[in-house]
Design a protein around this ligand. Sequence first.
Ligand SMILES: Cc1cc2nc3c(=O)[nH]c(=O)nc-3n(C[C@H](O)[C@H](O)[C@H](O)COP(=O)(O)OP(=O)(O)OC[C@H]3O[C@@H](n4cnc5c(N)ncnc54)[C@H](O)[C@@H]3O)c2cc1C
Length: 479
Amino acid sequence: MNDSGSKDSMAAIVVGGGIAGLSAAARLADLGLRATVLERSVDDAYLCNTRLSSGVFHCALNSISKPADELERAIAEATGGTADPGQAGAIAADALRAVRWLQQCGSRFIRGTEPYHDFTLAPPNIDPRDGGWRGRGGDVLLRTLEARLVAAGGQVLRGHRARRLRIEAGRCVGVEGERADGSPFRLDASAVIIADGGFQSDLGLLGEAITREPAKIFQRNARSGLGDGLRMARDAGAAISGLGGFYGHMLSADAFHNDRLWPHLWLDFVAAAGVLVNRDGLRFTDEGQGGVSMVNRIAAQVDPLGCFVIADQVVWAERGRFNMQAPNPRLSMAGGTMHEASTLRELAGLAGIDAGALERTVAAHNAAVEAGLTQGLEPPRSVNRFRAYALQSPPFIALPACAGVTYTMGGILIDADSRALDAQGQPIPGLYAAGAATGGLEGGGPRVGYVGGLLKSTVTGLRAAEDIARQSGTRRVAA
Ligand SMILES: Cc1cc2nc3c(=O)[nH]c(=O)nc-3n(C[C@H](O)[C@H](O)[C@H](O)COP(=O)(O)OP(=O)(O)OC[C@H]3O[C@@H](n4cnc5c(N)ncnc54)[C@H](O)[C@@H]3O)c2cc1C
């Protein structure tokens, strides 16, 4: 018997009530199976990354309407061929199906600003600060899925934090944890799906896996991903993918004390057109790989808060205005630091950068851009994704930058059916993972690529539910 008061053992326990967990639970309900979602927060509209998200469903920045083989190629390209092939195939094959299923559940989508934004949750979540997410895309979606779950006899237990998996004879048979009042709980289940949203907000794990200075990485997220799922699964013998990469954006370093500077006003596109240096005036990464790559390299610096985007007027005018919520002119209006000077030497003095080194770095960059030889720079500068500009039109600009982590890309290694694997690559019976708790799709180690958090979460959630239904002998699995 479990302590929810019911004598029948639940079909499945889902840890975490974000889009991954609620998609899994609502799909189980569609398939005639009962599910209980455990949600750590006690709030009715608990904050999670899904509620903060901009709501764009895409696959590696491609429209999900593209054929599956094209999407699979896009994932391989974004991750430099390091994506887990089984997971990549599943995401590509199910991209449109996942969104169609959300529509059947009552979610509404509109077109966004970019061509690949053809499925953006409605109403759009334009400014999520100060509760601006209430009644917008992710919030409406979670309420819709919860209502569907509850109507089918399922439930979301708020204030329940899962801490341990119960494993008997090699099979996952339930979870234990604590309620918000500190009292323990224990629940039986024929399967457990971990969907706790990643480990980005646990500074211990962040420090182990991603950076020596976790407190200097800005939390561009709901601060609800505490790595419980990763720890539970690891303790139960689950294999873990490379944990070294995260999805995020480059923000003004002032975001640490000024909420007007996040989650938007990205510096990514300015840096990708200009030069990114440390306090020694030296480049340390290929700016042409884009924002996700750059923030991962910033996090790996000895001092992640000693980084500066260097631009001139041409870059600031063109790339500073690129994207829906561009930093030009909003950054300084919102109170973000922007040093400006007519010479690089003067700029370096204002920003606290080594002046001679900055002049040499920009001179080498300019010469390489003009000669078309940026691959010869140290480190090399690619130009196939983002054009490099010679910085020669004063005033020059220095923007103190920081890496903002949205969610961690590494996590519990799963197969195409979202089954958690053990160290031998075999599924652990009864154990599944979905959403940002999982790893392998976005590559690992030094090379990671953004595939799209909402799509990944929905597909892995649906696939976990459908495999549980198959294992339980339910016949209605076909979508
Ligand atoms: C500002 C912002 C913008 C974004 N925009 C986009 C976008 O446009 N497109 C896109 O594809 N992605 C976007 N993302 C990423 C996307 O939101 C996430 O990848 C996705 O929502 C993750 O869903 P999830 O269900 O895995 O995790 P979450 O939505 O974070 O949900 C996890 C839940 O688990 C709960 N939990 C944690 N630990 C426990 C525990 N031990 N027991 C019980 N419950 C627990 C948490 O409280 C939380 O409610 C954005 C994210 C942010 C922050």
